[in-house]
Write a protein that binds this ligand. Structure first.
Ligand code: FES
Length: 171
């Protein structure tokens, strides 16, 4: 059976269109590759599971005067009696950010003077309860804080550790 072929002008038109389609596909792929290369990658942030570091490092470095602050998690990680805690930075009184005072070893709110120990338990001031906590877990040696699930701090009067001030207060 004889093969039918397109007349010359028709064949040229088909080839031209194939070339154009190929060029468009190549341009799209190049554009996507460039975009994929430069687009910002979203890191886990507040409200999500935040990686705050290697468990081994945290267990070795955190102590009475040393806590870890996580900007992404808006929380502090502390170690008390060999256990890690993640405390939300927001004061349970009126919401100021509560800094850690290295000299006293307490969390001391500069706004109205509430104070908390390294487990976030209320020690003094107008805050009605201790600092909120976040659940944390260890996965493959990394400590992950679930900043989407704040847990109410313990009420005033609950004190499960004895942490007298180590030195002068900051505020
Ligand atoms: Fe912290 Fe008032 S906001 S004591």
């Amino acid at each position: 059976m004889a093969r039918e072929s397109l007349p010359d002008p028709e064949r040229r038109k088909v080839l031209r269109n194939l070339w154009k389609a190929g060029a468009v596909i190549l341009a799209l792929e190049a554009g996507w590759t460039s975009y994929d290369f430069v687009r910002p990658r979203r890191a886990a942030g507040f409200g999500e599971m935040v990686d705050v570091g290697a468990e081994k490092d945290l267990m070795e470095t955190l102590g009475d005067r040393r806590v870890l602050y996580s900007l992404a998690g808006r929380c502090y990680v502390t170690k008390v009696e060999g256990k890690l805690y993640a405390l939300y930075q927001k004061c349970p009184h009126l919401g100021c950010k509560v800094p850690f005072c290295e000299s006293s070893g307490w969390f001391e709110c500069p706004c109205h003077g509430s104070r908390f120990n390294r487990k976030g338990e209320w020690l003094a001031g107008p805050a009605p309860k201790g600092m909120w906590r976040f659940p944390l877990e260890v996965r493959d040696g990394r400590v992950l804080v679930d900043t989407g699930k704040p847990i109410d701090g313990p009420p005033q009067g609950v004190r499960t550790v004895d942490q007298p001030p180590l030195g002068p207060h900051c505020s």
